[in-house]
Design a protein around this ligand. Structure first.
Ligand code: AMP
Ligand code: MG
Length: 345
């Protein structure tokens, strides 16, 4: 039976840490999404993550540490820029890719000589990592292919209470709601592999230059050589076809409304709800406050992940900061299928 533990219970961190040390799987809250955690130095424990999620073996995991200085234990040849980033953004929603030390099992890194490391913000999770005395490898806790988990209930929905998880630690809904920003520091120039809670402008302020990987902006072919291996997989997607409709609110509504039927839904901004009276509509946040969009996106995609919905018309923010990450996840859910509403009228 999966134990349900609350972050507010003083015994939770000790119980969860003991389970991790025993090689068990524990779902952990972070400010980005809920992760499926295991001892990142124990290949048998790490193998359980891949089996439980149905995750392809060539998709590496992120190691979570309790303090920025622990970076040294798992990475070598750490450039000054890594410490600059750590100082500005850790603990927080930023992951760095660096050369791995031999202590990191190659099952954690999916055979790579580099490792992705992050120091998350959520206090109970940092305390669990500290008490466990090992870095915790954790991908998002969703079953592979499903939208990410941003609440303990999402995790329970995916695995049930008799499944492979020893425990789920509940700290309420995730504040950021999309996965961490990933920056590779392996090459000459820092490279953005995945947008997240830390925006590209914030990174540029610290790093100066930042290259943006092609996987962020376009669909990769199956045989593409990718720097962030997970990025070639279809992610974040409900079973329906998602179509991103671009353009001003009224123009988009003119395109979407006549196309709606009982098997389609609109995923829009709260400000746009009056444009869709009588339609199957779900608002995931406010356009004027992108943080609400990132916090609400995956819960909304999960709500629309139903057999009777075959098409989702989605409205997508265009700005910088976390809006960049929301845009990336929605475009990926859509397989980069977009319509410019103004060109169709
Ligand atoms: P998830 O935990 O599901 O958010 O996925 C973690 C992602 O981090 C992977 O899918 C990769 O895109 C990225 N990642 C992890 N380790 C590495 C690495 N060594 N090099 C490049 N990307 C990595
Ligand atoms: Mg994931």
């Amino acid at each position: 039976m999966t134990q349900l533990l609350r972050d507010t219970d003083p015994k939770t961190a000790g119980i969860a840490a003991a389970l991790i040390r025993r090689g068990e799987l524990v779902a952990l809250p972070t400010e980005t999404v809920y992760g499926l955690g295991a001892d990142g130095l124990n290949p048998d424990a790490v193998a359980k993550i891949f089996v439980a999620k149905g995750r392809p073996q060539d998709n590496p995991l992120i190691l979570h540490i309790s303090e920025p200085k622990e970076l040294e234990k798992y990475c070598r040849d750490i450039p000054g820029s890594a410490w600059d980033l750590a100082e500005h953004f850790w603990p927080g929603p930023l992951t760095m890719v660096l050369p791995a030390r031999d202590i990191v099992p190659r099952s954690t890194t999916a055979g790579l000589d580099s490792v992705a490391v992050r120091c998350p913000q959520t206090p109970v999770t940092r305390e669990i990592i500290r008490l466990a005395g090992v870095p915790i490898a954790a991908p998002s806790a969703n079953l592979s292919g499903k939208p990410s988990t941003t609440s303990a209930q999402h995790v329970l929905n995916d695995y049930g209470a008799d499944g492979p998880l020893a425990a789920i630690v509940d700290a309420g809904p995730c504040r950021v709601g999309v996965e961490s920003t990933i920056v590779s520091l392996l090459g000459e120039r820092p490279r953005l592999l995945r947008p997240g809670g830390v925006g590209p402008e914030q990174l540029r302020e610290v790093l100066g230059r930042l290259e943006v990987d092609q996987a962020v902006t376009g669909l990769l072919s199956d045989d593409a050589v990718v720097r962030a291996p997970g990025m070639k997989y279809k992610h974040y997607a409900p079973r329906a076809q998602v179509i991103v409709v671009e353009g001003p609110s009224e123009t988009a509504a003119k395109y979407i409304r006549p196309r709606l039927d009982k098997n389609s839904a609109v995923l829009c901004f709260r400000e746009e709800l009056p444009l869709y009276g009588g339609c199957q509509t779900l608002a995931y946040g406010r356009e004027s406050d992108p943080q609400t969009l990132s916090a609400g996106l995956f819960a909304a995609l999960r709500e629309l992940d139903r057999d009777d919905i075959s098409t989702i018309y989605a409205r997508c923010p265009t700005g910088g900061g976390v809006a960049c990450a929301v845009r990336n996840r929605l475009l990926k859910a859509a397989g980069f299928r977009t319509v410019r509403a103004e060109e169709t009228l």
